[in-house]
Design a protein around this ligand. Structure first.
Ligand code: ITT
Length: 194
């Protein structure tokens, strides 16, 4: 199956390629427009990205595809009322991730709960049938400090339940078995196989 991936995030692209080896991904071309994402919820944004990219590809796409896959995801921190959440990619955009992660940790009061979850919604827009979504989350807590250099984004500050290491310290195959994206990808596979 050949799908266009409606994302400019190369880390997501790599994870999705590892999680969905049966799918050949066509990457969103460098000259294509920015994909809008101004929804309130992960599901809104995932659908918006997939349907926008599908409409653009139908007009301009240089090769045949069977549909478009989009991923909207983020880190929801209970002590920050669920933030940065859908705004995870836009939190402190001027900072690199180590500095951003330190800033986020500094915003958590010492006596506040450190519970958090990563959420991922995948939207699949086939060429000729309505789009659908699958979603998943992984629960965990925030580390006291940035730890490890695996993964990307907020991985070095997130400790999944049942582990002591952050996603930045755990190898990618363990992250894939636990993560929001891994769970959503497996749900997508089940849906496609059905
Ligand atoms: P596209 O919209 O082009 O796909 P994006 O990075 O802007 O890329 P999102 O709006 O979905 O995508 O924001 C997701 C952000 O959430 C991402 O940039 C990271 O900061 C964070 N994030 C999502 N999944 C993550 C993961 O597995 N590990 C660490 N951080 C993650």
């Amino acid at each position: 199956m050949k799908l266009l991936l409606a994302s400019r995030n190369t880390h997501k692209a790599q994870e999705l390629a590892e999680l969905l080896p049966g799918i050949t991904f066509v990457l969103w071309p460098p000259g294509a427009p920015e994909i809008p994402e101004d929804g309130t919820f992960f599901q809104d944004n995932a659908l918006q990205k997939a349907t926008f990219a599908l409409a653009w590809w139908k007009q301009h796409g240089p090769e045949p595809i069977e549909g478009v896959l989009a991923d909207d995801s983020g880190l929801c921190v209970d002590a920050l009322w669920g933030g940065p959440g859908v705004l995870s990619a836009r939190f402190a955009p001027e900072l690199d991730y180590p500095t951003k992660n330190r800033k986020l940790l500094a915003m958590i009061p010492l006596d506040a709960p450190r519970t958090a979850r990563f959420v991922c919604v995948l939207a699949l827009a086939p060429m000729a049938s309505p789009p659908f979504t699958v979603g998943a989350a992984v629960e965990g807590i925030l580390a006291l400090n940035h730890r490890g250099s695996n993964g990307f984004g907020y991985d070095p500050i997130f400790i999944p339940h049942g582990y002591e290491q952050t996603f930045g310290e755990l190898p990618s195959d363990i992250k894939h078995t636990l993560s929001h994206r891994g769970r959503a990808a497996r749900a997508l596979k089940v849906r496609l196989e059905a």
